[in-house]
Design a protein around this ligand. Structure first.
Ligand code: NAP
Length: 476
């Protein structure tokens, strides 16, 4: 591996303490690389560098910032295979999935290159005094970015691109399972014209202390986190001390509702995508599949056929559809969800048993007749398990779909557009896929309600997460 040290101020550094930790290939369980582990001294150095670089970057014109981001998109798009390969090696996802992520990740640079020049403001007159109300947006300050392992490239670029478009400097802490892709992105950003120090990458084996230290540095004004709701709560508590702007993309428990009037091909295709993109290791994964009882048997049969036909194996093999899960803990958690559902009456239609041997594999699995009290209905499965329940009544399925602390994304399949829109509007979710199994799009505001998070990434909203609104009351 070429890039395994800390990236601070445009330099590769071993870190003050000289500690390292191993990154494992989940397909083989072999060590891929030994990566430098950042401590608080390194965090200080990274924040110093980001503050220096930001002074110049924020003063550049929007067009100048935009052109650097546009170049980053061009360079990444020209090297998709390279990034896809790295993603597969450290995360495990199969080739097509990894290439899809690399493309999605690169698109954030293009989208925010376009948004960088559209930080619109407002001038109006105060109704009573007649004074001018001038409203504009300014870079909020340094941003600390913390990302998960399930999208090693895209969860980073979804934050870096809007932060840079807004004029902010950043320190990014990638997940310990998958730091290599983000490190490998840094030479590309240099080539695109990102100045030294503006983006710093700090992998760490001492994450909690490192991030907490940075959130208490007075120069930091934004914390943008993607990961579990539990860690998100902790970061919100730390962020409270300095009243930071928080952007929180947290866990999900997506319902996927298939009505009896749905086009079955569309519903199967959409459910496969919503369930199996990233082999189910996605906050957007269809976690609870509710199928109308009139079509449940046919739907289950067809979905089982599709799931059973997927080829599992090392994601570097181009014929493989489904790679390993990211680590043993995730695989064992998935196995425990299946065992619990079966103990509570579910039937295994396919899969359902982890193979022996090396690699953290779990086969594509379909469960029918899953009971409402099964653990996989309450929590994120984060694996390739389709848990099917049935319903007969629209009101009942809306109630069940909303009965969770999460509110990230829901999916609805129906051929009756009026009914479908009525149902979508009653779902307490930040996003709904209607007759589609994919909602993620750099041009759309991605994010959840309830305990799935705060704020939005992508769309017009994404850059505002890194900006402060300033209002000037002017008399001229
Ligand atoms: P995680 O355990 O919360 O870890 C996410 C990141 O937080 C990692 O970089 C991790 O570092 C860091 N972290 C862990 N403990 C921390 C602490 N005490 N203080 C500061 N940072 C800390 O989540 P994960 O298991 O990687 O990812 C899966 C979760 O992410 C799922 O719940 C999924 O739904 C959610 N997710 C949400 C979205 C969304 O957009 N809503 C997208 C993707 C994933 P280490 O790796 O070093 O522990």
């Amino acid at each position: 591996m070429d890039y395994t040290d800390l990236y601070i101020d445009g330099q590769w550094q071993k870190g003050a303490a000289g500690d390292r930790f191993d990154v494992i290939n989940p397909a083989t369980e072999e060590v891929l690389a030994s990566v430098a582990s950042a401590g608080v001294e390194d965090a200080d150095a990274a924040l110093d560098a980001a503050a220096r670089a930001m002074a110049d970057w924020a003063a550049r014109t929007p067009r100048q910032r935009s052109e650097v981001l546009r170049r980053a998109w061009e360079l990444m798009t020209a090297r998709l295979d390279h990034f896809a390969h790295l993603i597969t090696l450290e995360n495990g996802k199969a080739g097509a999935d990894a290439r899809g992520e690399a493309t999605y990740a690169a698109e954030f640079f293009r989208w925010f290159a376009e948004e960088a020049v559209r930080a619109d403001g407002l001038i109006t007159r105060a109704p009573a005094s007649g004074a001018r109300i001038v409203v504009q947006h300014k870079p909020a300050g340094l941003a600390v970015l913390v990302t998960p392992w399930n999208y090693p490239a895209a969860m980073g670029t979804r934050k870096i691109a809007p932060a840079l478009a807004a004029g902010c400097g950043v320190v990014i802490k990638p997940a310990s399972e998958t730091p290599l892709t983000m490190l490998a992105l840094m030479p590309l950003l240099e080539e695109a014209g990102v100045p030294p120090g503006l983006v710093n990458v700090l992998p760490s084996g001492r994450t909690g202390a490192l991030v907490d230290h940075m959130l208490h540095d007075p120069r930091v004004r934004v914390v943008s986190f993607t990961g579990s709701t539990g860690v998100g709560r902790k970061l919100l508590q730390s962020a409270a001390d300095q009243v930071l702007k928080p952007a929180m993309e947290l866990g999900g428990n997506a319902p996927c509702i298939v009505f009896e009037d749905a086009d079955m091909d569309t519903a199967i295709e959409g459910t496969m995508l919503a369930k199996m993109r990233n082999l189910g290791e996605a906050c957007t994964a269809a976690n609870r599949i509710y199928v109308h009882e009139d079509v449940a048997e046919a739907f289950t049969r067809r979905l089982t056929g599709r799931m059973a036909a997927l080829k599992t194996g090392d994601g570097t093999d181009p014929t493989v559809d489904v790679g390993p899960l990211v680590n043993a803990e995730t695989r064992d958690k998935v196995a425990a969800f299946v065992a619990d559902a079966v103990a509570k009456g579910a039937k295994v239609e396919c899969g359902g048993e982890a193979p022996a041997g090396k690699g953290f594999y779990y086969p594509p699995t379909v469960l029918s007749g899953v009971s409402e009290d099964a653990a996989c209905v309450q929590d994120e499965i984060f694996g390739p398990v389709a848990a099917i329940q049935t319903f007969s009544d629209q009101e009942d399925v809306i109630r069940r779909a909303n009965a969770t602390e999460y509110g990230l994304v829901a999916y609805v399949f129906s051929g009756d557009f009026k009914r479908a829109m009525q149902v979508c509007e009653r779902l307490d979710y930040g996003m709904v896929g209607l007759n589609r199994g994919l909602v993620s799009d750099p041009a759309a505001p991605f994010g959840g309600t309830k305990q799935s998070g705060l704020g939005r990434e992508g769309g017009h909203e994404g850059m505002l997460e890194f900006m402060e609104t300033q209002y000037i009351s002017a008399d001229w």
